[in-house]
Design a protein around this ligand. Sequence first.
Ligand code: GLY
Length: 303
Amino acid sequence: MSVTHGGVGSPPSLRDGPQGAAERALAVLRAPQGDDRPALAGAIAGTRALEDDPRFNAGTGANIRLDGETIQMDAALMTDRGEFAAVAVIERVRNPIRAARLVLDSPHVMLAGEGATRFAHKLGLPDEVPRTPAAEAKYRDRLARLSEMVGKPGSDAIDWRDYWNFPGAMPPEIQAWARGGDTVGTVARDQGGRFAAALSTGGTSVTLYGRVGDVPIYGAGLYAGPAGAVACTGHGEEIIRRGLARAVYEDMSSGTPAEAAVAAAATAFPLESDVGLIAVDARGWGVAANREMAYGVAPAPAP
Ligand code: GLY
């Protein structure tokens, strides 16, 4: 079976995206075409389908950063065999999760920045900037919201002018920060009872150049082991500080069902920070978030 998410904050009206991705993952789980890791192939297929959907913040729909130019993405995967691979701040690829899969077959665990981008191109991924009109509209909207926040009493906004590190000049509108983060992901259990998880993100749009979120950090964004698989979405810095996916996995490993483990983690998360989680174990699956979140499940549960 597979469970997917379109990122915390994604409205349920977009549910057809993650549902289609979950069904795509399930098709691969059932017919892995000779792949000796069907769970991994399924998790990647689900995540790749969401990277190809411009409505979600990953791959094709990845967020544009503060300067209005930069698109830097993270992706990672993990299997219950303990295999882990990731790319961080990769640019100019449509499917970062495919680059992470290529890293799994390399001598390394993670590649970052220009090295990750060159590695992906060298191994055959097309050199393309995944910039869409929807991402541009979202960027303009973020700028407008940032400008509104400036000087508001009680605002905890950070003044990004103090930290500006992009190669280009600061757009005149940039004055403060609004948080926001989302990601796409899949957890899968194959017919042999093996587990895997895969995540991909365009990161939080309002960040500095070179920022790395939770997705490629071991134990933070995703985790898989003999007890199941977990994948997160939300405020990356807070997810990293909590080693969230691994903490939820440990809970499942001590006997808590996936559904209860993700619900407890979402409830314990600071209210002011977005979080969403999906998980699968030997008996079932769970989805939880402290904001709205579009997700998919395949086979679809009985109504
Ligand atoms: N959760 C995605 C990120 O913070 O980058």
